[in-house]
Design a protein around this ligand. Sequence first.
Ligand SMILES: *Cc1c(COP(=O)(O)O)cnc(C)c1O
Length: 437
Amino acid sequence: MENGSMKVLLGVDDLPKTYYNIQPDLPVPLPPPLNPATREPIGPEALAPIFPKEIIRQEVSQNRTEPIPEELREAYLRLGRPTPLYRATRLEKLLDTPARIYYKREDLNPVGSHKPNTAIAQAFFAMREGVERLTTETGAGQWGSALAYSTNYFGLKCTVFMVRVSYDQKPYRKHLMHLFGAEVFPSPSDRTTYGRKLLKNNGHNPGSLGIAISEALEAAVTGTGTKYSLGSVLNHVLMHQTVIGQETLKQLEMIDETPDVMVGSVGGGSNFAGFTFPAIGERLKGKLDTRFVAVEPESIPSLTKGVYDYDFGDTAETTPLLKMYTLGHAFVPPSIHAGGLRYHGAAPLVSLLLHQGIIEARAFNQLSTFEAGEIFTRTEGIVPAPETCHAIKGAIELALEAKDRNEPMVIAFNFSGHGLLDLEGYAQYMAGSLGET
Ligand SMILES: *Cc1c(COP(=O)(O)O)cnc(C)c1O
């Protein structure tokens, strides 16, 4: 094998000039979000107090492509894009599989995950229309640190409501957000009416993502020059992430490979969508016959065991109803280490494609994903985020199936982030104290 197919690099000029919007290529139209009171479709104007105008336009856009302005492309270059594609030859050897396994490196940027791909775009479009501050929620802090990096880059202020338990137990990403100039409050906080109400009932409320979303929304609606930013689930977020998949297709083409199967982890669905949608678009046009496998935790099985129905996006019932695979918005996800996968639903676009049979879903228990992470660390030498371990576990399983059939299958997965700030989870795994959920 030539070195050129072990590590496939793109040049500065190969950075995509547009995002890919899958909406016009869908086999059926995406069911619209509904007003929970009337169950009527909500118009884009209902979102105006919350999101910047351009973000709302992108959310409902039916254009196949949306331009990435030059100033934003420069920001992507500084963020380490285009990112390399590696072939996992050392993993292939250990598995003794005829499959060829490739992975796209979304960990190689200042915060270590794919999340800046949309954070930087959202900060740019907000800055361009004069927004002064973005608010958001974060669990373990991957999304908060991506937005803190991005708001700092484009000169905006940033307020992050961080789930109380994570704020206390996982301080490193909080320090990172502070270093980028963001203000970070443990949620529930005394900064919002909702937070104060919860704290009055229970001064030691551990918080949840649902509560933090409600506080961030309240802070956006009540603050001047302030808008809200979401890190997954919505159409515009998934569209921003398609820089990943566009680059990947180009890289595979450069080495004359066609992916037989593409794999990604799913929390809200943004890295999976960003990685696969450009190829799904080709498949819908009949140009590829790739399979697409979404991997989720067995303990939060929205895609494999949820229902496809309208549900709230948050726990506090403040958002419009979204048609998606869901476990119900009252579902309390167990506190697995893959914090980024602790969501009761999944993106409406990803859900629709699953419902249409265009993608597949698989679920694995926590222990088996950490085993996969350890195998990957010892073969490829990179410590994966616990979320990313799910994609790796999926890829390993497919590679072993290929071995059973003696089939030289081409598997590509998205390496969504590194696990260097998640070593506590690995410590528990190595000490044998990690549960299956
Ligand atoms: C947040 C996160 C995920 C899950 O979020 P999606 O929106 O489903 O992509 C996966 N991997 C990493 C490293 C994350 O930080």
